[in-house]
Unconditional design. Structure first.
Length: 528
């Protein structure tokens, strides 16, 4: 711990992956960086804990890192060298019933062969991905308006491919899946990635996320760090330390001091004050930053109006389970799979989303089931396994979670038991986390939303987090938001942190008075 009255070039509030990536990026450019973290341990939603029975390790919040592997952050921070990764021969599957499922294998030819009559269509999707899809993915990660990624994608598509691709990306994934495949299994396989978000399979804008996850699973797999997600945090902290950055844990930021429209310092619960020469970056929710840490009086009315319309998505109900053996899936092919989506048909997915979105606990929830120990046996005693289950639910169900926790847990168990008879007999420990539990552990997970805000189309791109304010700046000079509440949104990829840090670096090189966030000739700042 450093003494009160410290000064840094940048102060970063929060040590989630975005906050750490932002801090590392700035420190590597020679900035003195201090990270302030309320918890005793850094990492935010990237953490591993012993939650169930002795010898079992579980990823508390996030669990799979295909987005991170494909992100520019992975190579920039040398995470392939710093972390040992485990892979699955079969990264992903989607089960439409206990007896019917489709799988993505690391070997594309095997995926295509097993899809039968739909194999050719899968091969065409993969060819599109190799030609232009990767470039589209990198465009989605880049700051809004970035020219180079847009040009690369446009060149890859060409004039003839532009309109068909645009239509596909705008259409709901339910429609794209139905147009592309004949079988319910193949349709569910393509669409199942949308269950990682709060967006319905029938909503416009649902295709990019589902399509990207499916193609990344096919080309990059579903990697997990050996030893658990906490290893990623350890690697990021080591990278920050190597770059000269400092992290203070167990000391919550309580106030961002602002004078004459500029962020000057961060005050903490322990009485410390860390002054910021150039920037304060917050890996927090937008309301937590602007209302609670800064104060609404420092923001113009139009910005506050947009901020109040910011919405979080449905909550996550999560279960961590210790098993005395492998999950006894009726379909043996699922026993070696990294992520099993127990989702039913695409219509079933849409129905479960509708129920959760409208305040009801889904009668047949869409389950995302992770089997990390299949690839990384170090997380459990010899011969034993863990199971990681999540599903979208309302943050506040009728009667509250105290009444709903046990019956909904049984509903989840019943569904798994249908697909894996004898599953209950193998359970040796269980930890249940309702949306309220998740938020109590991490205040950024408002209402149990792991995505930092709804992924609905009206909260993406130029609308995230506030319409017009999509370049990580806020109306307060030197104050930046670098959390998943900014573009490109949820998922462990670190790009919100990287993009925000780059913005702060560019702004620091501009002459005083040039920052568009200030708008010195105007009474209210302009969006930037």
């Amino acid at each position: 711990m450093s003494a009160a009255g410290d000064t840094a070039d940048a102060v970063v509030i929060g040590s989630g992956p975005n906050g750490l990536v932002a801090a590392i990026t700035l420190a590597r450019k020679g900035w003195a960086v201090t990270v302030i973290e309320r918890d005793e341990h850094p990492g935010g939603a990237v953490r591993t804990e012993a939650l169930t029975a002795p010898g079992f390790l579980h990823d508390t919040f996030s669990g799979f890192y295909g987005l991170l592997h494909a992100s520019p952050v992975f190579d920039r921070l040398e995470l392939g060298r710093r972390i040992e990764w485990a892979q699955f021969d079969t990264p992903v599957a989607a089960a439409v019933s206990p007896e019917r499922a489709a799988s993505i294998h690391r070997d594309p030819s095997r995926t295509i062969k097993e899809l039968g009559a739909d194999g050719e269509a899968w091969g065409e999707l993969l060819a599109w991905w190799e030609k232009a899809g990767r470039r589209f993915f990198h465009l989605t990660l880049a700051p809004i308006g970035a020219i180079r990624p847009a040009l690369r994608f446009a060149r890859a598509m060409g004039i003839r491919g532009a309109l068909p691709t645009a239509r596909r990306l705008i259409a709901p994934i339910s429609e794209v899946a139905a147009d592309t495949f004949a079988s319910e299994e193949a349709r569910a396989l393509l669409a199942s990635g949308i269950t990682h978000s709060d967006v319905s399979a029938e909503a416009a804008g649902s295709t990019p996320f589902a399509l990207i996850l499916a193609m990344l699973a096919q080309t990059s797999g579903m990697p997990v760090p050996v030893g658990g997600a906490g290893v990623i945090t350890d690697a990021l902290v080591a990278a920050l330390t190597d770059a000269g950055g400092v992290i203070r844990t167990g000391d919550a930021a309580t106030r961002v001091a602002v004078a004459r429209g500029r962020a000057l310092a961060v005050e903490t619960a322990n009485g410390a004050v860390v002054r910021a020469r150039h920037a304060v970056l917050a890996d927090t929710g937008p309301l937590a930053l602007c209302r609670d840490l800064v104060g609404e009086e420092h923001f113009p009315a139009p910005f506050l109006d947009g901020l109040r319309r910011f919405r979080y998505g449905t909550g996550i109900f999560k279960m961590d389970i210790a098993l005395d053996g492998i999950t006894p899936w009726l379909l043996e092919q699922l026993r070696a799979t990294g992520v099993v989506h127990v989702v039913g048909t695409v219509d079933d997915m849409a129905r479960a989303h509708f129920e959760a979105q409208h305040g009801a606990l889904p009668a047949r929830p869409s389950l995302v089931v992770g089997q990390q120990t299949v690839a990384d046996p170090s997380r459990a005693p010899a011969g034993k396994h863990t199971l990681w289950i999540e599903t979208h639910v309302p943050a506040h169900p009728p009667g509250g979670w105290e009444r709903a926790r046990e019956p909904f847990s049984e509903r989840v168990f019943d569904l798994i038991e249908q697909h894996a008879p004898g599953f209950r007999d193998r359970i040796v420990g269980t930890a249940v986390h309702t949306p309220a539990d998740l938020e109590s552990r991490n205040p950024n997970l408002v209402g149990g939303d792991l995505g930092g805000g709804s992924a609905a189309l009206h909260q993406q791109l130029v609308f995230r987090p506030v319409p017009g304010w999509f370049r990580y700046r806020t109306p307060v000079k030197g104050l930046y938001l670098c959390s998943a509440s900014t573009h490109p949104g949820g998922g462990v990829h670190g790009m919100s942190g990287l993009n925000a840090a780059k913005r702060a670096l560019r702004d620091a090189r501009r002459p005083a008075g040039v920052l568009r966030t200030a708008g010195s000739a105007r009474r209210a700042p302009r969006p930037a």
